[in-house]
Design a binder for this molecule. Structure first.
Ligand code: PRP
Ligand code: ZN
Length: 303
């Protein structure tokens, strides 16, 4: 039985985000950029949506997958590492999948890595046979060890994994690496990558069947519009009619040129460009007859 079929219909969407930590601020900013705003509640764990019926629940990141599985929240912003770990742990005990990543969000990048004491000379995964590996990601680690055909002992720790080798509770670790500062401070060296992670928008595996479905679809459309806008630039310039065809050839990645009336024999042109616009490319356009070049960043795109 899935929570979504037994739960009563709701007309407000509920999104879980991290209360504090690496993903908290970027998650909030991204949702705000999608047009959401909230009234902060006094306990600051629940934020009532004002611009749209979309509320926020501020929680520990580790709780987010479970909240979606239980139908308490409809969406969550969480690291792929956490989502993947809990999905694998569910499968291990025979539970059906209850959430999935819907969109990568482009922040919170990190890697789940094997790290060994600095003094080890790394020769490859076979070196892990018989060793004790401390981690907060036992399910991902166990699956990886199995895939590599390595028989090692997984030591599950909920935090401070990086000091386990010094304490003697493990020989090495498997943990998240972002800047690498934590490893360096503990004389550890990353040697193998198990997972490339970033923040994702996670949602249920089954589609919602009430008012929330439309809200969710709208939110995803807005998110996609923001992502698309990130690498789009509006290029504006003017040129003599005789140069227009050549200029269009220099912009193969642009959407069709928009022509506006200009002064005299010149036309004003606009192009939406999807690729990077280097100085070199702009100078090339100038040499081909583009004048008064202007590049504008695109903030939102609804297409
Ligand atoms: C991770 C990891 C390390 C740290 C690594 O913890 O457990 O402690 O980040 O980052 P660095 O390479 O930039 O030093 P995180 O902040 O994700 O907290 P959590 O594991 O408790 O959720
Ligand atoms: Zn955490």
């Amino acid at each position: 039985m899935s929570a979504s079929t037994s739960a009563p219909a709701r007309d407000r969407l509920r999104i879980a985000i991290q209360k504090s930590g690496r993903l908290a601020d970027p998650a909030r900013s991204l949702l705000a950029a999608c047009g959401l705003s909230w009234r902060q509640s006094r306990d600051k764990l629940f934020c009532f949506g004002e611009s749209l019926p979309v509320d926020l629940l501020l929680v520990r990141d580790d709780d987010i997958p479970g909240l979606i599985a239980d139908g308490v929240c409809d969406l969550g912003v969480v690291g792929l590492n956490e989502l993947d770990e809990q999905a694998k742990a569910r499968r291990r005990i025979g539970l059906a999948d209850a959430y999935q990543p819907l969109r990568g969000l482009g922040f919170g990048q990190c890697r789940l890595m094997i790290a060994v004491p600095d003094e080890w000379e790394w020769q490859g995964v076979q070196q892990l046979v018989g060793k004790r590996i401390a981690t907060s990601y036992p399910a991902i680690l166990a699956a990886w060890l199995k895939e590599k055909n390595v028989d090692a002992q997984v030591v599950e720790l909920s935090g401070s994994v990086e000091i386990a080798p010094k304490l003697g509770t493990a020989d090495l670790i498997c943990d998240l690496v972002s800047s690498g500062a934590t490893l360096a401070a503990n004389q550890l060296r990353p040697v193998e990558t198990l997972l490339d992670s970033e923040a994702v928008l996670a949602g249920p595996v089954h589609e919602l069947d009430d008012a929330r479905a439309g809200l969710m679809a709208m939110l995803l459309r807005r998110l996609d519009g923001l992502t698309r806008a990130q690498d789009r630039k509006l290029l504006m310039f003017s040129a003599e009619e005789a140069h227009v065809d050549e200029l269009a050839r220099l912009l193969p990645d642009a959407e069709p040129l928009l022509r506006l009336p200009g002064q005299g024999s010149a036309v004003r042109l606009q192009a939406m460009c999807n690729g990077a616009l280097s100085w070199q490319r702009l100078e090339e356009l100038e040499r081909a007859g583009a004048q008064e070049l202007m590049v504008l960043a695109v903030e939102k795109s609804l297409a």
